[in-house]
Ligand binder design. Structure first.
Ligand code: NAP
Length: 339
């Protein structure tokens, strides 16, 4: 039987997810939409043959909503996730799980009280084909243990107001999660270095680029370049240096063009297109896991671990020092085979 979904938030990603569930995902349909203003909610509801509920409380109480997708503003995620848990309804929460580590922790505690996993966080990079290939190769063991990971996260230019801190909370947050998953290891410490400032950003508001250095408990050193004004394209790079080989995540395949005395492949210009397949796969697997009664995707604990690491990076931006990452032992309900 189809999982009946209540969509919360009719903005950019809410609309994308509603369309995706309607057009691509097997085993689920959107039955209700709630947003702040009625007009966007009606537009999204019309896309998926759903009705509009006046607010989140009404959507949660509806008899034909089995699970909710939160695509609302980040500062609402904690309250809405806690209310959904209290109502016994599974939640797919777009990242971040909450805007503070303490908020994520409250969700972890509430979920533990329920006695089973009910929350999944929208860290979609874990569903990207390239990252999955890289993880399989690392875990296969043929190349020995990973020693270092070189990464880059480059955006053409930020949308709207963007600050030095947002390079951690909005941008690096994806690498924080996916590298922890890739290496099956938690972080021990972090540091942030500021190279020469790009003329493309006002240094009083946004220090750009940034070099984030993370070390895992197992000793792997990660260097992550975050450049949110690179101007040339949306470019995500990841290369694992292992004992007996170097594994580079494949670039998304595109047409190889030979023309005008050049040989080139076009890059995407934004994350929506670069990770289109990963977003589809993440929701498809979430639906299948709900049907099987066992969630395996990014958990509340993963959302909490990412928030704790992001906090350490924010401290490191200010201090210039190596900052420790202090994470308690993982509670039992979150210890399960990774994807
Ligand atoms: P957005 O375009 O601003 O959409 C947010 C939507 O939530 C708007 O339709 C807004 O309505 C609605 N809303 C506001 N208050 C609400 C309430 N009380 N109840 C229900 N809906 C409410 O933002 P977005 O870019 O879609 O981002 C939404 C979330 O997804 C953010 O947390 C963001 O971090 C996350 N996100 C994740 C990824 C990813 O890569 N995984 C990518 C993009 C975004 P109004 O317009 O009327 O205020």
């Amino acid at each position: 039987m189809d999982i009946r979904i209540g969509m919360v938030g009719a903005g950019q990603i809410g609309e994308d997810h509603a369309r995706r569930i309607t057009e691509k995902i097997a085993g689920a349909r959107v039955t209700a939409v709630a947003s702040r203003r009625r007009e966007p909610a009606e537009r999204v509801a019309a896309l998926c043959g759903a009705r509009v509920e006046p607010d989140f409380a009404a959507l949660l109480a509806a008899g034909d909503v089995d699970a909710v997708v939160l695509a609302s503003p980040s500062e609402l995620h904690e309250e809405q996730t806690l209310l959904a848990l209290a109502a016994g309804k599974p939640v797919f929460c777009e990242k971040p799980l909450a805007i503070t580590a303490a908020g994520c922790r409250r969700i972890v505690e509430a979920e533990i009280r329920q006695g089973k996993r009910m929350v999944q966080v929208g860290f979609m990079r874990r569903y990207d084909r390239g990252y999955r290939e890289l993880k399989r190769a690392i875990e296969g063991g043929a190349f020995g243990a990973p020693l270092m990971v070189h990464c880059a996260h480059r955006n053409i230019a930020p949308h709207g107001h963007f600050t030095t801190e947002m390079s951690v909370t909005q941008t690096a947050i994806h690498e924080i999660d996916v590298l922890r998953w890739l290496l099956s290891d938690d972080y021990a410490s972090v540091q942030v270095r500021f190279p020469r400032q790009t003329a493309n950003a006002d240094a009083d508001v946004l220090r750009d680029p940034q070099l984030m250095l993370l070390q895992t408990r197992g000793g792997v050193c990660i260097d992550l370049e975050v450049s949110v004004n690179c101007r040339y394209g949306y470019d995500i790079q990841c290369e694992a240096v292992c004992e007996n080989g170097v594994l580079r995540m494949p670039d998304p395949s595109g047409l190889l063009v030979r023309a005008d005395a050049k040989r080139y492949t076009a890059l995407e210009t934004d994350w929506v297109l670069r990770f289109l397949d990963a977003y589809d796969q993440e929701l498809q697997e979430w639906v299948e896991d709900l049907q099987n009664g066992r969630l395996r995707g990014p958990s509340s604990w993963d959302g909490y671990a990412a928030a704790v690491t992001a906090d350490a990076l924010l401290r490191a931006q200010k201090s210039g020092e190596i900052e420790p990452v202090s994470l308690e032992p993982c509670p039992e309900i979150y210890v399960m085979p990774n994807l």
